[in-house]
Design a protein around this ligand. Structure first.
Ligand code: FES
Ligand code: FES
Length: 156
């Protein structure tokens, strides 16, 4: 029988306590238990970045971290950062630059991009590309995404 654990964590500013199975991944916990479906699952082995969330201030792959490992942590998802308006500049820039088509990669891309914005430094286009190189987009060819991120970095 699967082992279960009680965990308490803060998700988007709200304390959450749940019993989870030992093998449940963080992204599945967020999506299935909390209904936070902005974080997507695709490859489910750490390659595509669709599941990117922030744990204690660092972006992580939600498909590579177990929910039990987030016990006691602060987890922020695209929903939380969107509601708090932290992502507002990036969302506007993505819209203006047509930096999304199907939108599947966009939540993870925004989380990765915001990680760069928070560093409050000047980054070259190559450095921007490097930073988002772990986030796959099948639609845009990345050019417009880099344009959008560059726009926001220039406003800082
Ligand atoms: S679903 Fe996690 S990296 Fe692809
Ligand atoms: S917009 Fe479709 S995968 Fe990026």
């Amino acid at each position: 029988m699967e082992q279960a654990f009680d965990i308490t964590l803060t998700v988007n500013g709200t304390a959450v306590t749940r019993r989870v199975e030992a093998r449940q991944h963080l992204v599945d916990f967020l999506r299935d238990e909390l209904g936070l479906t902005g974080s997507h699952t695709a490859c489910e082995h750490g390659v595509c970045g669709a599941c990117t969330v922030r744990v204690d201030g660092s972006i992580v792959r939600g498909c590579l971290m177990l929910a039990v490992q987030a016990n006691g942590c602060r987890v922020d998802t695209v929903e939380g950062l969107s509601d708090s308006k932290e992502l507002a500049k990036l969302q506007k820039a993505f819209h203006e630059r047509n930096a999304l088509q199907c939108g599947f990669c966009t939540p993870g891309m925004l989380m990765a991009a915001q990680d760069l914005v928070l560093q409050k430094k000047k980054f070259s286009r190559e450095e921007i590309r490097n930073h988002i190189s772990g986030n796959y987009c099948r639609c845009t060819g990345y050019q417009a995404i880099v344009d959008a991120i560059e726009d926001v970095l220039q406003q800082a």
